[in-house]
Design a protein around this ligand. Structure first.
Ligand SMILES: C[S@@+](CC[C@H](N)C(=O)[O-])C[C@H]1O[C@@H](n2cnc3c(N)ncnc32)[C@H](O)[C@@H]1O
Length: 215
């Protein structure tokens, strides 16, 4: 079967601990996999934020605890990360995180109107080899796909710890329409993720991009 999108992730399965595996049994209670389910779930909340590729979920969890009136749709394909976040959700009785576990672009493709107040993508897979750059998620194609799903005035926040990925995002943004660059973002101060911590420990810079949806 041909896939609609080239995989932008390295692995779905991988090393997984017994407790992460056990936590996956709760996925059914916290999973959201369609546009209609998002519409249904958002009724109880004042805002909806999508985080794409949450990794182990540190950032989503911190934001969800700080903002109980906001619904967080947490997207990841990596099962160990999903298991980790599910453990935190269940242990902490967190009510405002739902998980979506497939390639997020397929769900976004299904969304026909603005449902997200903000969208966050922190340190997407860097695909450092030139021949793999076509697998990078943050391209013009992604900006066009996500644009109609964000409310007017909403934010698309992205960051990368890879200099040439940041350069390519800048180039792609120069060609894209419907977004305006913000000078700064509240999400820059969000809690550090595993990949951000690693970059900082190794002395690498993190390049943030904050865009406001304008039309
Ligand atoms: C480099 S990791 C960064 C994780 C986390 N944001 C952090 O900063 O620690 C990128 C994550 O994005 C996920 N990912 C990549 N493509 C994805 C897609 N199409 N849909 C959902 N998640 C995706 C990968 O599985 C991976 O865990």
């Amino acid at each position: 079967m041909r896939h609609k999108y080239l995989p932008s992730f390295v692995k779905r399965r991988g090393r997984i601990t017994k407790s992460q595996e056990d936590n996956l049994s709760h996925l059914g209670s916290y999973e959201i996999s369609s546009y209609l389910q998002i519409i249904q779930a958002k009724k109880k909340f004042s805002k909806v934020v999508l985080e794409v590729g949450f990794g182990n979920g540190e950032n989503t969890l911190a934001l969800a605890k700080q903002n109980p009136d906001t619904l967080y749709i947490a997207s990841e394909v990596y099962l160990a990360g999903i298991g980790s976040l599910l453990g935190e959700i269940v242990d902490g009785a967190i009510q405002n995180i739902f998980i979506t576990s497939g390639d997020i672009r397929l769900l976004i493709d299904d969304i026909k109107e603005p449902v997200f107040d903000d969208v966050i993508v922190i340190c997407p897979d860097p695909w450092p080899k030139f021949k793999h750059h076509k697998r990078r998620m943050l391209t013009n194609e992604f900006f066009e796909l996500i644009h109609p799903t964000i409310q007017d005035g909403g934010e698309l926040f992205m960051s990368t710890d890879v200099e040439d990925y940041a350069e390519s995002i800048t180039e792609q943004l120069d060609m894209s329409v419907g977004f305006q660059r913000n000078d700064s973002s509240l999400y820059e101060a969000s809690s550090l993720t595993k990949f951000q911590r690693r970059a900082m420990d190794e002395g690498r810079k993190i390049y943030p991009f904050s865009l406001k949806k304008i039309s």
